[in-house]
Design a protein around this ligand. Structure first.
Ligand code: NAD
Length: 454
């Protein structure tokens, strides 16, 4: 099939390479000229494991453009994968989706084209996108009836850091549409994934016993609600364990043991039960805010989702409290942050706890030094104005630090030369914001170790 993906971000690019890998002809469209430049040179503008390798494999079936007429001309399926960031009131900014939908209508032809919302959009957006496409199509052609556009919602569940894996080996594919022919097109598009009939890339083999992917078809609104509910549930699972972690600290329990004891119950499951500094990233914060905003449009308060957010953002302040209780005075101290990305294996800094923490510390006149193995350049670009020092090596973060805070659980941080780090710090205080480091080792080396909930 001929596929167009609008938006070459974390989701759009991953979708584009995955579909090209399945032998579809893919055009990836973005308005960001700098991004397109990088991509046309065969490089990737974001850090995502295996994206480079995939890009190299599919080059003959994937092209990049900023031209809507070119990208619409042959398309059978058009994915909208543009950003939907939060507005100040928590509702999603739909201006990018709106612009994409209007431009689709302006350039689409008369054949059946399926327009797919892959961006996370509020309930009702499927119908709204269809209206926009029709409106701009009929403005151009003065005939609405000839347009054969059908709309589908196809929420994306990929996790940054394992986006390619998640695209090739997903838990499920959800498609919402009120039209049978649209569902059929979507089934055929994803058939090699649904039936796992494609040859696995050498660098990302198929998991054992992984043979069929459930294809869940729903009404448009249900599919849109699936995405928001999934993110809200994951968010509240983390916030739940963080709330228990606070109690755990007070009563002298160890939250990692508590979580293990809870998580082995099949009904609960052990994933997303890691206590720590809390979630961040481009999705949980904005999607929970959007869900609350949608709820309020319908007179619902959504207290559980609100509480998940409140607990989450308070976790960041808990780190400050731990530093305060050890250092007494923060003004003039040096605090080293290990990790900037909102999670390991990505360079994404959107709603990253480290950025928030750095700002809170800088406000208290703390000298902040920070390191990240991958996101350092992005931090320089996006947060260069902050009054902090970005360090090329973790050792530089430790030099003369009054305290270290592990913010992102990059695997390499466990293997740091901790004995040398101990020699570099001014005070051997370490707050492990992810309960990730080797506590026994650090304590043996003379660090005063503080975890989250233990
Ligand atoms: P992103 O910001 O990385 O990428 C969006 C891209 O769209 C940018 O490159 C931008 O230049 C481009 N764009 C904006 N308007 C455009 C237009 N009119 N025409 C063409 N290109 C345009 O965003 P992302 O992280 O890929 O997220 C995209 C959507 O997917 C969001 O709705 C998000 O909530 C959802 N989502 C994201 C993730 C994730 O982990 N990042 C996971 C699931 C769902």
């Amino acid at each position: 099939m001929n596929i167009t993906v609008i938006g070459a971000g974390y989701v759009g690019l991953t979708t584009a390479v995955a579909l090209a890998y399945l032998d579809h002809n893919v055009t990836c469209l973005d308005t960001d000229a700098a991004k397109l430049d990088v991509l046309r040179k065969g490089r990737t503008p974001i850090y995502e494991p295996y994206l480079d390798e995939m890009l190299a494999l599919v080059r003959s079936r994937l092209r990049f453009t900023n031209s809507y007429p070119e990208a619409m001309a042959e398309a059978d399926v058009i994915f909208i994968a543009v950003g939907t960031p939060s507005l100040a009131d928590g509702s999603p900014d739909l201006s990018y989706v709106r612009s994409a939908a209007l431009l689709i209508g302006e350039h689409v032809g008369d054949r059946l084209v399926v327009v797919v919302n892959k961006s996370t959009v509020p309930i009702g957006s499927g119908n709204w996108v269809e209206d926009l496409v029709r409106e701009s199509y009929s403005r151009r052609t003065h005939k609405n009836s000839a347009l054969k556009v059908g709309v589908a919602s196809n929420p994306e569940f990929l996790r940054e850091g394992s986006a390619i894996y998640d695209s090739l080996y997903p838990d499920r594919i959800v498609v919402g549409s009120d039209r049978k022919d649209v569902i059929e097109v979507m089934y055929n598009l994803y058939k090699p994934i649904l039936e796992q009939s494609f040859a696995a890339p050498t660098f990302l083999s198929r998991p054992a016993n992984f043979d069929v992917v459930p294809f869940i078809t729903t009404a448009l609104a249900s599919s849109e609600l699936v995405k928001y509910s999934a993110n809200a549930f994951l968010s509240l699972k983390i916030s739940f364990i963080n709330e228990i972690a606070q109690l755990s600290e007070r009563v002298g329990a160890d939250i990692t043991q508590v979580a293990k004891g809870i998580g082995l119950d099949d009904r609960i499951g052990s994933r997303f039960l890691q206590a720590g500094i809390g979630w961040g990233g481009s999705c949980f914060g904005k999607d929970t805010a959007a869900l609350i905003s949608t709820g309020s449009e319908y007179g619902l308060n959504m207290p559980i989702v609100r509480a998940a957010r409140q607990v989450n953002y308070a976790q960041r302040e808990r780190v400050i409290e731990k530093l305060l209780s050890e250092l007494r005075i923060l003004k003039g101290r040096t605090v080293g942050l290990l990790g900037l990305a909102f999670k390991p294996d990505t360079d994404d800094l959107r709603d990253a706890p480290a950025i928030d923490l750095a700002k809170r510390l800088i406000e208290r006149d703390v000298r902040v030094r920070a390191h990240d193995p991958i996101a350092l350049d992005r931090a320089k670009k996006e947060y260069g104005e902050l009054d902090w020092t970005l360090c090329e090596r973790p050792e530089d973060v430790a030099t003369q630090a009054d305290a270290l805070v592990l913010v992102t659980e990059w695997a390499d941080y466990r293997k740091l030369p901790w004995a040398d780090m101990r020699g570099l710090v001014r005070q051997p205080i370490i707050v492990d914001g992810r309960n990730f480091l080797d506590r026994d080792l650090l304590q043996r080396l003379g660090f005063r170790y503080f975890g989250m909930g233990r």
